[in-house]
Ligand binder design. Sequence first.
Ligand code: NAI
Length: 355
Amino acid sequence: MATFDNPAFDAHESVHFFADHASGLRAIIAIHSTALGPAAGGCRYWHYDSSELALTDALRLSRGMSYKNALADLPMGGGKAVILKPGATPDRATLFAAYGRAVNSLAGQYITAEDVGTRVEDMREVAKVTRYVSGLAGDATRAGGDPSPKTAYGVYLAMKEAWRFATGSDALAGVRVAVQGLGGVGGALCGLLHREGARLIVADISETRARQTAREYSALLAEPDELISTEADILAPCALGGVLHARSIETLRVRVICGAANNQLANSEDGERLRARGILYAPDYVVNAGGIISVALEYLGSGSEAEAQARIEKIPLTLRRILESAAASGTSTSDIADHLAQECIAAAAARRSGR
Ligand code: NAI
């Protein structure tokens, strides 16, 4: 299927395909919008059953980055890269050097960083061949480094806000939180929730990781395909996207959904399905902006760790605005968030073209 006919195509500014025979690199970089600044978003390294699915992922994820960066008030547009995991295990350093050359060829239109399947060491390889990369290193005076703990912190604060909105209290002690996916973000989120006394139910397709997390945080273990319908107070999707769809929404037994995974809703109508079921959905790209806030400040060289933290602590305010507006208008929270982001991007595009 041609890119323009892909249902996830949404007037993206450009989509770039890269192949490098020597390293085995096959990558797609989708630039959704540069209205607010260079397109920023992570690089996903994942096995896709087809290149069509990889393209769909890049298109959906890059649009989400435009919306995320707009609502986090960052001077960045939205882009995303996916690297299709090769069949044979590649030399990782060579692969990411080739990916870095691909990023470099876009001359700063796209800024890369970590996402699912990539880590700080990969970005260090990328940084050897391009300066259009972030998520490398931070210290007390400069924001930066692995974005996952920052994302987890933002999700944690947003979860408290969503719970307060639903119940009148933001205390999570004794509250049952089901966490799907225990990687960089999900694992760190479990740590924060455990410290507050939340009761955790966890699942990961990596059995080792699931058992380790359950032991560390005295959590109950669930099967990965059962976690979504587990009875709990809050569901935190922290694995991959598309987990909330017509069928799974029917089976949910939680009051609130607040997690890090990008593109949790399979379709735009799923936000309304959640609203109709009386489940409070905290829009993914609003609550998971902590990582990109850190990555953006690092790239721009314009902020300290303290400033990144202060900006992450504003995520609950943005969320509250969305939850209140959705409740007042009887609209889904996802539609309200999309609308706010679209307005912000359209205003920037109009300013840019002098209209
Ligand atoms: P990660 O790769 O470190 O962890 C993902 C985890 O999910 C892995 O442990 C994997 O085994 C598990 N998993 C995959 N499919 C699963 C399933 N069906 N059921 C249960 N577990 C499953 O990724 P990371 O960085 O923690 O990201 C998690 C999500 O958060 C992704 O959707 C990512 O796009 C999103 N996100 C991450 C940010 C970051 O700073 N790392 C920033 C914003 C969003």
